[in-house]
Design a protein around this ligand. Structure first.
Ligand code: THU
Length: 174
Protein backbone atom coordinates (compact mmCIF):
# COMPACT_ATOMS: atom_id res chain seq x y z
CA UNK A 1 0.00 0.00 0.00
CA UNK A 2 1.30 3.42 -0.90
CA UNK A 3 0.53 6.40 1.27
CA UNK A 4 0.50 9.94 -0.01
CA UNK A 5 1.42 12.72 2.37
CA UNK A 6 -1.47 15.17 2.21
CA UNK A 7 1.04 18.01 1.89
CA UNK A 8 2.04 16.59 -1.50
CA UNK A 9 -1.52 16.81 -2.86
CA UNK A 10 -1.46 19.70 -5.31
CA UNK A 11 -3.23 22.76 -3.99
CA UNK A 12 -4.59 25.29 -6.44
CA UNK A 13 -3.43 28.06 -4.10
CA UNK A 14 0.19 26.91 -4.48
CA UNK A 15 0.28 28.34 -7.97
CA UNK A 16 -2.41 31.02 -7.93
CA UNK A 17 -2.92 34.00 -5.71
CA UNK A 18 -6.43 34.67 -4.46
CA UNK A 19 -8.34 37.36 -6.39
CA UNK A 20 -8.01 41.04 -5.49
CA UNK A 21 -11.25 42.55 -4.21
CA UNK A 22 -11.72 46.31 -4.34
CA UNK A 23 -12.54 48.28 -1.21
CA UNK A 24 -15.84 49.28 -2.77
CA UNK A 25 -16.81 45.65 -3.46
CA UNK A 26 -15.92 44.77 0.12
CA UNK A 27 -18.09 47.59 1.44
CA UNK A 28 -21.03 46.47 -0.68
CA UNK A 29 -20.52 42.89 0.55
CA UNK A 30 -20.46 44.12 4.16
CA UNK A 31 -23.67 46.11 3.85
CA UNK A 32 -25.36 43.25 2.05
CA UNK A 33 -24.30 40.67 4.67
CA UNK A 34 -25.50 42.98 7.47
CA UNK A 35 -28.85 43.38 5.72
CA UNK A 36 -29.01 39.58 5.44
CA UNK A 37 -28.25 39.23 9.14
CA UNK A 38 -31.23 41.45 9.99
CA UNK A 39 -33.48 38.97 8.15
CA UNK A 40 -32.05 35.84 9.79
CA UNK A 41 -34.54 33.24 10.98
CA UNK A 42 -32.78 31.90 14.06
CA UNK A 43 -35.44 31.03 16.69
CA UNK A 44 -33.49 28.02 17.99
CA UNK A 45 -30.02 29.49 18.44
CA UNK A 46 -30.91 33.16 18.76
CA UNK A 47 -27.70 33.74 16.79
CA UNK A 48 -28.32 35.66 13.55
CA UNK A 49 -25.63 35.40 10.87
CA UNK A 50 -25.38 37.32 7.60
CA UNK A 51 -23.38 36.54 4.48
CA UNK A 52 -22.98 37.83 0.95
CA UNK A 53 -21.28 36.65 -2.23
CA UNK A 54 -19.75 38.68 -5.05
CA UNK A 55 -20.16 37.01 -8.45
CA UNK A 56 -17.88 37.09 -11.49
CA UNK A 57 -20.49 39.40 -13.04
CA UNK A 58 -20.06 41.89 -10.19
CA UNK A 59 -23.42 41.18 -8.56
CA UNK A 60 -23.84 40.72 -4.82
CA UNK A 61 -26.35 38.32 -3.24
CA UNK A 62 -27.11 38.27 0.45
CA UNK A 63 -27.94 35.38 2.72
CA UNK A 64 -28.81 34.62 6.33
CA UNK A 65 -29.10 31.55 8.50
CA UNK A 66 -32.50 29.87 8.30
CA UNK A 67 -33.27 27.45 11.12
CA UNK A 68 -36.08 24.93 11.63
CA UNK A 69 -37.88 23.37 14.57
CA UNK A 70 -36.90 20.06 12.98
CA UNK A 71 -33.46 19.34 14.34
CA UNK A 72 -30.86 19.01 11.58
CA UNK A 73 -32.79 21.10 9.07
CA UNK A 74 -31.91 24.67 8.32
CA UNK A 75 -28.99 26.28 6.60
CA UNK A 76 -26.10 28.60 7.35
CA UNK A 77 -25.93 32.15 6.01
CA UNK A 78 -23.05 31.31 3.66
CA UNK A 79 -24.93 28.52 1.87
CA UNK A 80 -28.07 30.67 1.75
CA UNK A 81 -26.11 33.46 -0.02
CA UNK A 82 -24.76 30.98 -2.58
CA UNK A 83 -28.22 29.48 -3.13
CA UNK A 84 -29.61 32.98 -3.61
CA UNK A 85 -27.05 33.62 -6.38
CA UNK A 86 -27.66 30.22 -7.97
CA UNK A 87 -31.40 30.93 -8.07
CA UNK A 88 -30.47 33.98 -10.16
CA UNK A 89 -28.35 31.86 -12.51
CA UNK A 90 -24.92 32.78 -11.11
CA UNK A 91 -22.49 30.04 -10.14
CA UNK A 92 -19.06 31.72 -10.14
CA UNK A 93 -17.91 33.74 -7.15
CA UNK A 94 -14.97 35.99 -6.42
CA UNK A 95 -15.64 36.66 -2.74
CA UNK A 96 -17.78 35.69 0.24
CA UNK A 97 -18.26 37.75 3.41
CA UNK A 98 -19.73 36.52 6.69
CA UNK A 99 -20.67 38.53 9.75
CA UNK A 100 -22.39 38.11 13.12
CA UNK A 101 -23.00 40.12 16.27
CA UNK A 102 -19.79 38.79 17.86
CA UNK A 103 -16.87 41.15 18.15
CA UNK A 104 -14.48 38.56 16.73
CA UNK A 105 -15.01 37.46 13.12
CA UNK A 106 -16.60 34.01 12.74
CA UNK A 107 -15.35 31.37 10.30
CA UNK A 108 -17.61 29.43 7.96
CA UNK A 109 -18.36 25.93 9.30
CA UNK A 110 -16.91 22.82 7.66
CA UNK A 111 -20.08 22.13 5.67
CA UNK A 112 -20.02 25.65 4.25
CA UNK A 113 -16.34 25.36 3.33
CA UNK A 114 -17.18 22.22 1.37
CA UNK A 115 -20.07 24.01 -0.35
CA UNK A 116 -17.94 27.07 -1.21
CA UNK A 117 -15.25 24.73 -2.57
CA UNK A 118 -17.79 23.20 -4.96
CA UNK A 119 -18.36 26.60 -6.56
CA UNK A 120 -14.68 27.54 -6.56
CA UNK A 121 -14.14 24.50 -8.76
CA UNK A 122 -16.86 25.68 -11.14
CA UNK A 123 -15.25 29.14 -11.45
CA UNK A 124 -11.77 27.53 -11.50
CA UNK A 125 -10.52 30.28 -9.20
CA UNK A 126 -10.00 30.78 -5.50
CA UNK A 127 -12.78 32.60 -3.59
CA UNK A 128 -11.74 35.27 -1.09
CA UNK A 129 -13.45 34.87 2.30
CA UNK A 130 -13.86 37.95 4.50
CA UNK A 131 -14.95 37.40 8.10
CA UNK A 132 -16.17 40.58 9.78
CA UNK A 133 -16.84 41.15 13.48
CA UNK A 134 -19.58 43.39 14.84
CA UNK A 135 -17.23 46.27 15.56
CA UNK A 136 -15.40 46.06 12.24
CA UNK A 137 -12.56 43.58 12.87
CA UNK A 138 -11.85 41.90 9.53
CA UNK A 139 -10.09 38.61 8.83
CA UNK A 140 -9.31 37.64 5.24
CA UNK A 141 -8.63 34.18 3.89
CA UNK A 142 -9.75 32.14 0.89
CA UNK A 143 -11.43 28.85 0.23
CA UNK A 144 -8.24 27.19 -0.99
CA UNK A 145 -6.43 28.34 2.13
CA UNK A 146 -9.20 27.16 4.44
CA UNK A 147 -9.98 23.91 2.62
CA UNK A 148 -6.90 22.99 0.59
CA UNK A 149 -7.28 20.12 -1.83
CA UNK A 150 -11.00 19.69 -1.09
CA UNK A 151 -12.97 17.02 -2.91
CA UNK A 152 -15.31 18.41 -5.52
CA UNK A 153 -16.84 18.11 -8.97
CA UNK A 154 -13.46 18.17 -10.68
CA UNK A 155 -12.54 14.90 -8.95
CA UNK A 156 -15.50 13.32 -10.73
CA UNK A 157 -14.47 14.82 -14.07
CA UNK A 158 -17.84 16.54 -14.42
CA UNK A 159 -18.42 18.97 -17.26
CA UNK A 160 -19.30 22.22 -15.51
CA UNK A 161 -18.97 24.48 -18.54
CA UNK A 162 -22.71 25.21 -18.72
CA UNK A 163 -22.47 26.94 -15.33
CA UNK A 164 -19.68 29.28 -16.41
CA UNK A 165 -20.89 32.34 -18.27
CA UNK A 166 -18.72 35.27 -19.39
CA UNK A 167 -16.28 34.96 -16.51
CA UNK A 168 -14.47 38.20 -17.08
CA UNK A 169 -17.46 40.56 -17.14
CA UNK A 170 -17.79 43.24 -14.52
CA UNK A 171 -14.51 42.72 -12.71
CA UNK A 172 -12.97 45.62 -10.84
CA UNK A 173 -9.68 45.65 -8.98
CA UNK A 174 -7.62 48.20 -7.15
N1 THU B 1 -24.10 29.81 11.45
C1 THU B 1 -23.99 30.38 10.20
O1 THU B 1 -25.01 30.69 9.56
N2 THU B 1 -22.75 30.60 9.70
C2 THU B 1 -21.60 30.36 10.37
O2 THU B 1 -20.52 30.62 9.84
C3 THU B 1 -21.64 29.79 11.71
C4 THU B 1 -22.97 29.39 12.23
C5 THU B 1 -25.44 29.62 12.01
C6 THU B 1 -25.96 28.22 12.03
C7 THU B 1 -26.98 28.29 13.14
O3 THU B 1 -28.20 28.78 12.58
C8 THU B 1 -26.44 29.35 14.08
O4 THU B 1 -25.46 30.08 13.35
C9 THU B 1 -25.80 28.80 15.33
O5 THU B 1 -24.86 27.86 15.03
Amino acid sequence: MEFTDSSSVPRPSDHMSSPTISRQDREVLTESAKAGMRNAYAPRSGFPVGAAVLTFHGNVYQGCNVESVISGLGTCAERCAIDHAVAHGEYCFRAMLVTSRLENPIRPCGACLQYINEFAQIGKDDIVIFMVGATGKVARSSIWEMLPGGFGPKDLGLDLSRYVKNNSEGLSED
